[in-house]
Design a protein around this ligand. Sequence first.
Ligand SMILES: *[C@@H]1O[C@H](CO)[C@@H](O)[C@H](O)[C@H]1NC(C)=O
Ligand SMILES: *[C@@H]1O[C@H](CO)[C@@H](O)[C@H](O)[C@H]1NC(C)=O
Length: 296
Amino acid sequence: MKGKMLTKQTNQKIFSILTASLVILYTNAFQYNVDLSKRLASYSLVSYCSHNRLQDWSCGEACQRVEPLKDLIIYTNQNDSSYMMGYDQQENAISIIVKGTNPWCIDDWESDLTTEKIDYPKCESCQVHKVFYQTLLDMQEQLKKDFLKIRSQHPQSKIYATGQSLGGALATLIVPEIYLLNGKKPIDAFYTFGSPRVGNLQFSFWYTSKSYFSKISARVTSNKDIVAQLPPRSFPFLYMHIGHEVFYKNFSNLHEFIMCEIPEDQECSNQYTLDFSMKDHGSYFGWNWAFDIFTC
Ligand SMILES: *[C@@H]1O[C@H](CO)[C@@H](O)[C@H](O)[C@H]1NC(C)=O
Ligand SMILES: *[C@@H]1O[C@H](CO)[C@@H](O)[C@H](O)[C@H]1NC(C)=O
């Protein structure tokens, strides 16, 4: 009882400090581009499909929703995390789509999504989820090569980054790397869908205040999506989301959503504290993610 109250007070204090500071630090107005968000979500769904089907863009329903990417590069590590990047002709953009482990293939989220943190060297006292960070380190060299290669093919294009679920978490760590590789110029858009939390308070604060990693960005959430609630922000886990949130109750009208400027806002997905849903994790944009992924 006592411990609980303490946690609550600490959290409230943390949130009020964070809120006050962020109001000062935010320079960019929070904009959300529904069409672009949907487009990047559709590429995120495609990224789950088998790679030989992606080469000729024949991955069923998922591939029919969106045009093939040109100059496609796909990299997969030994633990089946991967990214793909390619040139989106319609948008004149290099799109980087990050995929984590298939969330519907994880039998036991409790044990697979451990909560252990590790130091994150880019900012002071920052810690991030250990497995996400190790995956980043594992991919980093290849990511650099691949990005510089496609950048040299499309030096003037825009740059987008995206990912769903664990891919969203990994994309969150990849974006600052791309920012550096891009000569410390912000990328053009960064949208995640149902991303878990990635790091601690300091990481959230650092990341969110550096909104210049990307010109526009949002963490899109779907109603009671359980993955967006993991790892917990409560004691002893103390994880915190980053950045702006765009919260959908449902996707019957894509233009009906709530925008929350700061992380962990009670108006958005934090309004739920108990009843979470895996179904909502696979409902982004009204598609049946679990089905589409198993059939592609
Ligand atoms: C792959 O997963 C295993 C078991 O979780 C882990 O020990 C290893 O470090 C991971 N390797 C990479 C490259 O992420
Ligand atoms: C969808 O969400 C909106 C609020 O964003 C709500 O008004 C509407 O009733 C919901 N529709 C369904 C079918 O749940």
